[in-house]
Design a protein around this ligand. Structure first.
Ligand code: IPM
Ligand code: MG
Length: 364
């Protein structure tokens, strides 16, 4: 029997609930596909600060390194907002990305037909949208040195540094080309090459690499223009590749275009490790109420099955079960619409699990 070890980092806010439900979906995969998952829990974020004083304890990092994949909920909350940047729960997230060298962050955003009315854009504009943002995750303004607030001539100056090495750009760009090759073969590279030297280098590397992928059509867009084109013609995008900062911003935009941040999964991959987490945050305002939407986390686990374990069939089954559940009208409050059947975190997961069972048997 195939066995996989999964590090489970529930984190803060709604993290524990949505991860808990996702584990039930994975247990159903065990039943239906005869594979076995071993779940081992670790601390990250605010809970880790409370228990150990460190948002990413060494023990958690070790656990991640000996696992086949990592499933993460969300981190952060008002309780820790007043801590200095360097000791906030978010720092745990930034450190795990860097320490495990998870340089490529894949954020797919597609419109689910039953949710087309949840998009703020007109249905005819958004219909058919299916894009994936490949965001560089271990460099750029997020990590560049020098950084800090310094004093110069008696006045404070805030400094961050936008910086990329050629190799850092090349490896994420290659990943994006590989993904584009297996999809609709269109790559949009996003930069600010009319102003920034870093972006000039980025563009050069994309051009160099494009010679190795002649079948992929390449488009370069400045980030401001891209933000605009995404709302004007979202369905024309296939794969978008960009740096850490621009990718952070554009992936939130992609999320709102397709309807709900509560539906968006992500995978953060390096050459050795991979971490799967929803794009949304810890939503402290609804934590513990049993109403959070678990679908983004469930779909993140589905990406894990596909990319880390090679279980494409199980991954497809989860996605189809989610789609069927939405078609049947089941909704958590964040995606509620007229005439829908509104349910909570656990109930919508029950429906998804039932549909996995049903669809699996329909197939054979
Ligand atoms: C994200 C988040 C994080 C980021 C924050 C929480 C540090 O916005 O994953 O997109 O900026 O990368
Ligand atoms: Mg973000």
């Amino acid at each position: 029997m195939q066995r996989f070890r999964i590090a489970v980092l529930r984190g803060d806010g709604i993290g524990p609930e949505i991860v808990g439900e996702t584990l039930r979906v994975l247990k159903k995969v065990e039943d239906l596909f005869g594979v076995s998952f071993e779940f081992e829990e670790g601390l990250i974020g605010g809970v880790a600060i409370d228990k150990t004083g460190d948002p990413l304890p060494e023990e958690t990092l070790e656990l991640c390194k000996r696992s086949d994949a990592i499933l993460l909920g969300a981190v952060g909350g008002p309780k820790w907002d007043d801590l200095p940047t360097d000791r906030k729960p978010e720092k745990g997230l930034l450190r795990i990305r860097k320490d495990l060298d998870l340089y490529a962050n894949l954020r797919p955003a597609k419109v689910w037909d039953p949710l087309i009315d949840a998009s703020p854009l007109k249905p005819e504009v958004v219909r058919g949208t299916d894009m994936i943002v490949v965001r560089e995750l271990t460099g750029d303004l997020y990590y560049g040195e020098p950084r800090g607030v310094f004093e110069e001539n008696g006045k404070r100056v805030g400094v961050n540094t936008m910086m990329y090495t050629e190799d850092e750009i090349r490896r994420v760009v290659r990943k994006a080309f590989e993904i584009a090759k297996k999809r609709r073969k269109k790559l949009t590279s996003v930069d600010k090459a009319n102003v920034l030297e870093v972006s000039g280098l980025w563009r050069e590397i994309v051009e160099e690499e494009s010679k190795n992928y002649p079948e992929v059509e390449v488009e370069h867009l400045y980030v401001d223009n891209c933000a605009m084109q995404m709302v004007r013609r979202p369905s024309s995008f296939d794969v978008i590749v960009t740096g850490n900062m621009f990718g952070d911003i554009l992936s939130d935009e992609a999320g709102v275009i397709v309807g709900s941040l509560g539906m968006l999964p992500s995978a953060s991959m390096g050459d050795r490790y991979a971490l799967y987490e929803p794009v949304h945050g810890s939503a402290p305002d609804i934590a513990g109420k049993g109403i959070a939407n678990p679908i983004a986390t469930i779909l993140s686990a589905s990406m894990m099955l596909r990319f880390s374990f090679g279980l494409a069939e199980a991954s497809d089954l989860i996605e189809k079960a989610v789609e069927r559940t939405l078609e049947e009208g089941w909704r958590t409050p964040d995606i509620r619409s007229e005439g829908c059947k509104e349910v909570g975190t656990k109930e919508i997961t029950d429906r998804i699990i039932e549909n996995m069972e049903r669809l699996r048997h329909e197939k054979v």
